[in-house]
Design a protein around this ligand. Structure first.
Ligand SMILES: Nc1nc2c(c(=O)[nH]1)N[C@H]1C(S)=C(S)[C@@H](COP(=O)(O)O)O[C@H]1N2
Ligand SMILES: [Mo]
Length: 525
């Protein structure tokens, strides 16, 4: 305890503090200048994105199951702690041996620049904010550490202090804290200013808000009455866009100017095609309800949503390019380097696979892919639902691998049949008597024919299905249970439109989606 107190009072702790202040300067100066460059090029975003790219599948799976859609916040906290620790070490090293400290800062600067320039759709000039930030950090570190060298109270300061030409009057601890405080405050202002500037400079959100979507050539089939489960508390059948789950590798949402957006269709095609956003607005658009599902969704999880999409059939775009024989896959790539491998045949078999520009009657929200994303019924998002899509390469599974496939996930991902119990919640306490159960089931492109409920290890009983809108949307259900006091287990399972029962076999999300019957414990009082 006493040792710790002495250490905290000693020069090492102050040097660590100097390191933290210098790191804050590196990041905030880069953030401020970065407002004039792409957001993907700021150090925090570039480092975080690089980290995500190197995340092994088990860790991604862990992050999504532990933090769900808060996985990005968790990453930022982890990064913050790591940078803090490294900055402390660097501060101490610089205090003891300035040359080593300089090497350390330059080394970290090099790591940052490497992270920046290896991002997708980033030019070498985008490393300028990081370079200037690193230089500013180095200057600040020097100023603060030099103050520590001059501090009278540290007789153990490096002996070569005089040799460094530092002969000004000795400073005090108080002036060191003042200088550090001013530095950190200035860094906070720079960071805030950077955020403000990038927001002010961004016209993309405004352009999106004022965009008028054209009327579809083929409107969505009317939604029948009774698609909503009568059980109170069940998820809305149509997911409002603001509540739609969001899963992607993008730490900062890509901001694409629709006027500059272009989709390149190339590879094994007779004719390379480039589509502008105007081409999409002018195309024969279709509107369709489709439920999306994430492959990382655990049994009973909520990484699924159902929306009304508006877009151009991908089939029509491919027709212009005319795929060559032998091609069996379309690799779609987003502006930030994510990619998905979708079977060519799926995009041509007549299902509503679209280049979507609208979601629930509005332009795509920025975080759901503005200005254009793919929506393909029946496939998990990681092999089909590319947001901010800019490139379609017609190719072969044998020749190209998509983003998650190179990270241990499957190259194909048809959605597995799943029944979900939503009411009552796991570990809920419910009164004895009639208890309303309810939830949602899905088997996109096959539809849901039956949902069954089992109490404890009793017989399976058929639930009441809500109306079916289509085989590519999810289907809700309800069931009335005569509950007797005590703890009970409720199990649910679905049968798809082809008559196939959802598999009981438990599987993890990696590599191609979770399976198994959801089981929930409730207490009846
Ligand atoms: N550009 C890009 N598109 C992407 C992803 C991504 O990481 N980057 N993730 C995919 C995955 S894994 C899923 S499940 C869906 C989720 O779409 P949503 O966020 O609109 O729900 O987007 C897909 N499209
Ligand atoms: Mo996903």
């Amino acid at each position: 305890m006493k040792k710790l107190r002495n250490w905290l009072r000693g020069p090492a702790a102050l040097a660590a503090l100097a390191g933290v202040a210098a790191a804050a300067v590196v990041l905030s100066v880069a953030e401020l200048i970065g407002a004039f460059f792409t957001a993907r090029a700021t150090p925090v975003i570039a480092l975080g994105s690089t980290f995500i790219d190197f995340t092994p599948p088990w860790m991604k799976d862990f992050a999504v199951t532990t933090f769900g859609t808060n996985d990005k916040a968790a990453l930022f906290v982890g990064m913050g702690l790591t940078i803090f620790a490294l900055a402390c070490v660097l501060g101490v090293v610089a205090f003891r041996n300035w040359a080593l400290g300089v090497l350390g800062v330059l080394g970290m600067g090099a790591v940052i620049v490497a992270a920046v320039v290896t991002r997708a759709s980033v030019t070498p000039a985008d490393s300028i904010p990081s370079l200037i930030g690193t230089a500013a950090g180095l200057v600040v570190l020097r100023l603060l550490v030099a103050r520590l060298w001059r501090l009278k109270s540290f007789p153990d300061a490096p002996a070569d202090t005089a040799a460094k030409g530092i002969e000004r009057p000795a400073t005090t601890r108080r002036t060191f804290f003042a200088a550090t405080g001013i530095t950190v405050a200035a860094a906070a202002i720079a960071a805030g200013g950077g955020r403000f500037l990038s927001a002010a400079r961004s016209n993309v959100a405004k352009a999106r808000d004022s965009l008028k979507l054209p009327a579809p050539a083929r409107a969505a089939a009317p939604v029948p009455a009774g698609v909503q489960s009568p059980t109170p508390g069940v998820t809305p059948w149509l997911t409002p866009s603001k509540d739609f789950y969001r899963i992607d590798t993008a730490l900062s949402v890509p901001e694409i100017n629709a006027q500059e957006w272009e989709l390149r269709i190339h590879g094994l095609v007779e004719q390379e095609v480039r589509l502008s956003f105007q081409d999409l607005l002018d195309a024969q658009l279709i509107e369709t309800h489709v439920s999306l599902t994430c492959v990382s969704n655990p049994v009973g999880g909520n990484l699924a949503g159902n929306a009304k999409w508006l877009g151009m059939p991908i089939h029509d775009a491919l027709k212009q390019a005319r795929p060559k024989p032998g091609a069996d896959m379309v690799l779609s790539t987003s502006i930030d380097g994510f990619s998905a491998s979708t079977p060519l045949e799926v995009l041509q078999d007549g299902r509503d696979a679209i280049l979507a520009i609208g979601m629930n009657g509005e332009p795509l929200p920025l975080e759901h892919g503005y200005p254009v994303r793919m929506v393909v019924p029946g496939l998990y998002g990681f092999v089909s639902a590319t947001k901010w899509v800019v490139d379609l390469e017609v190719t072969r599974f044998a020749d190209s691998k998509a983003y998650w496939t190179t990270r241990g996930w499957s190259e194909r991902g048809p959605i597995k049949t799943m029944a979900r119990l939503e009411v009552p919640k796991s570990f809920a306490k419910v009164p004895a008597g009639k208890v309303a159960l309810g939830g949602t089931a899905w088997a996109q492109t096959r539809g849901i024919k039956k949902v069954e409920v089992q109490i404890d290890n009793g017989p399976w009983s058929e639930a009441t299905l809500a109306a079916e809108a289509s085989v590519v949307t999810w289907r809700q259900w309800s069931f009335t249970w005569d509950a007797t006091p005590g703890p009970h287990y409720i199990k649910v399972r679905a049968t798809d439109g082809t008559g196939e029962l959802q598999t009981e076999k438990r599987a993890d999300p990696v590599p191609d989606g979770a399976s198994g019957w959801q089981s929930v414990m409730v207490t009846v009082e």
